[in-house]
Design a protein around this ligand. Structure first.
Ligand code: OSB
Ligand code: MG
Length: 365
C-alpha cells in the first residue's frame, strides 16, 4: 500500500469536567490524523475542539483546511520544515498546520527509528510537570490543589475569572503559603480591571497567564509594567514573529508553548529559543489532549530550551481509559517521554475504535 491519510473524530469523557473562564469541557472531542506509507504509521492530534472559544479555530476549520489545502502537500512525505514552506501562503490556521506538521515529525522519526524527543535536539531524559486545575467551588479547588501537591506536582496552576480571583487565590495561599502557584485567566480581563489585577500581586504567583485579549500583546505590555507578578502568554503566542514582538515591548517574560497552537514543533523550537535569548522562560502547555497529542507535548517538554514545569500531566489526570496501552506516569513530579521511535505511543485499537464518531480517508493512493 502506498500513501494513505485518514482522520478520526473521537470522543472520550474527561475524569472531571474542566472549567475555564471561556467554558466547560466534559468530553475531549478530538480530531486525530493517521499517515501511512504501508510500513510506518504515524499519528497526530489537532488541539482544537468543537468550539472556537480558545482561539478562532475549531475541529470544523481544521478539517476544512487539511482537506482542501494541506493534505495534497504531503503526498511525498516532506520534512516538517519543507511542509511549512509549502503552506506558507496560507494565513493563520496554525492548529491545522500543526496537526500535519507534527504528523510528519512522527512519521520521519519513526522512519529513522528515533524517539521524537531525541529528534528535537538537546534534551533531558524527563520533564518537570505542573498541574492545571479547572474552576469549581473554592473548597473543591483547595482539595484538588492538596491532591496535586501530594502527587508531587512541581507547580500548581489554577484557572481564574473576573470576580473570583481573590477568593480562589487567597484561599489557596492561606493553606499553602509557599507552593509554587500560578493563575490562568484565559483572556477574561481587560485593562479596565487594573484594580483587581493589581491585587493579584499579593499572592506571590510564579506568573499570571494570559489575563488579556487572545490576540493582544500591546495591552499586556502595559499591564506587565504595572504588575510585579510576571506575565506569561499563552493564546497570544501564535508564531515566532509575534514572540519577538512580545519580548521587544515587554508584554511577557514567560511563554506557554503549545506546539499544536503554533503550527507545530519547528516553530515551537524557534519560539523557545527567542524566549531564552531574551532572558525569558518557557514551559509546555496542554489542551486536554488524548495520549496521542500528549506524547508530542511530553517529547517537547524534555527539550533543554524548556525550563519550567509544564501542563503535561499523565493520561489518567484526564481520562479513565485513554486510547493508548502505554500511558505516561508521574514520578517525583517528572514525566519521561516514550523511548520507542516517534511519539512512541502504543495505540489501544479496541479503545480507539470504540471512541470513533466519524472517520474518513482524505487521500489514498
Ligand atoms: O489555557 O492552558 C490553557 C485546557 C484547554 C484550553 C486551554 C487551556 C487548558 C489547560 C489545560 O490549562 C492544560 C492541560 O492539558 O492539562
Ligand atoms: Mg492557558
Amino acid at each position: 500500500m502506498a500513501f494513505r491519510l485518514k482522520y478520526y473524530n473521537i470522543r472520550i469523557p474527561l475524569v472531571i469536567p474542566f472549567r475555564t473562564s471561556f467554558g466547560t469541557t466534559s468530553v475531549r472531542d478530538a480530531i486525530l490524523f493517521q499517515l501511512s506509507d504501508g510500513n510506518v504509521t504515524a499519528y497526530s492530534e489537532a488541539v482544537t475542539s468543537s468550539l472556537p472559544d480558545y482561539g478562532y479555530e475549531d475541529n470544523g476549520t481544521v478539517l476544512h483546511i487539511v482537506r482542501e489545502f494541506l493534505a495534497d502537500k504531503i503526498r511525498d512525505y516532506p520534512r516538517p520544515e519543507e511542509f511549512l514552506e509549502r503552506v506558507a501562503s496560507i494565513k493563520g490556521n496554525n492548529m491545522a498546520k500543526a496537526a500535519i506538521e507534527m504528523l510528519l515529525w512522527d512519521f520521519h522519526s519513526k522512519k529513522g527509528g528515533t524517539p521524537l524527543y531525541r529528534a528535537l535536539g538537546d534534551h533531558r531524559e524527563d520533564a518537570d510537570v505542573g498541574i492545571s486545575i479547572g474552576m469549581t467551588s473554592t473548597p473543591k479547588m483547595l482539595e484538588l490543589v492538596k491532591q496535586g501537591i501530594d502527587r508531587g506536582y512541581k507547580r500548581i496552576k489554577v484557572k481564574i475569572e473576573r470576580g473570583r480571583e481573590e477568593d480562589i487565590l487567597s484561599s489557596i495561599r492561606k493553606e499553602f503559603p509557599d507552593v509554587p502557584l500560578s493563575a490562568d485567566a484565559n483572556c477574561n480581563y481587560t485593562l479596565k480591571d487594573i484594580g483587581a489585577l493589581k491585587k493579584i500581586d499579593d499572592y506571590n504567583l510564579e506568573y499570571l497567564e494570559q489575563p488579556l485579549g487572545h490576540d493582544d500583546v500591546v495591552d499586556h505590555a502595559e499591564l506587565a509594567s504595572r504588575l510585579s507578578t510576571p506575565i506569561c502568554l499563552d493564546e497570544s503566542i501564535t508564531s515566532s514573529e509575534i514572540t519577538e514582538k512580545a519580548f521587544e515591548i515587554g508584554a511577557c517574560s514567560i511563554v506557554n508553548i503549545k506546539p499544536g497552537r503554533v503550527s507545530g514543533l519547528t516553530e515551537s523550537l524557534k519560539i523557545a529559543k527567542i524566549a531564552h535569548d531574551n532572558g525569558g522562560h518557557v514551559w509546555v502547555g496542554g489542551m486536554l489532549e488524548t495520549g496521542i497529542g500528549r506524547a508530542f507535548n511530553v517529547s517537547f517538554a524534555a527539550n533543554k530550551l524548556v525550563d519550567l514545569p509544564g501542563d503535561t500531566s499523565p493520561n489518567d489526570k484526564y481520562f479513565v481509559k485513554d486510547i493508548v496501552t502505554n500511558p505516561f506516569t508521574l514520578d517525583s513530579g517528572k514525566i519521561r517521554p516514550n523511548s520507542l521511535p516517534g511519539i512512541g505511543v502504543d495505540i489501544d485499537h479496541k479503545e480507539f475504535l470504540d471512541r470513533i464518531v466519524k472517520s474518513d480517508t482524505l487521500i489514498s493512493e
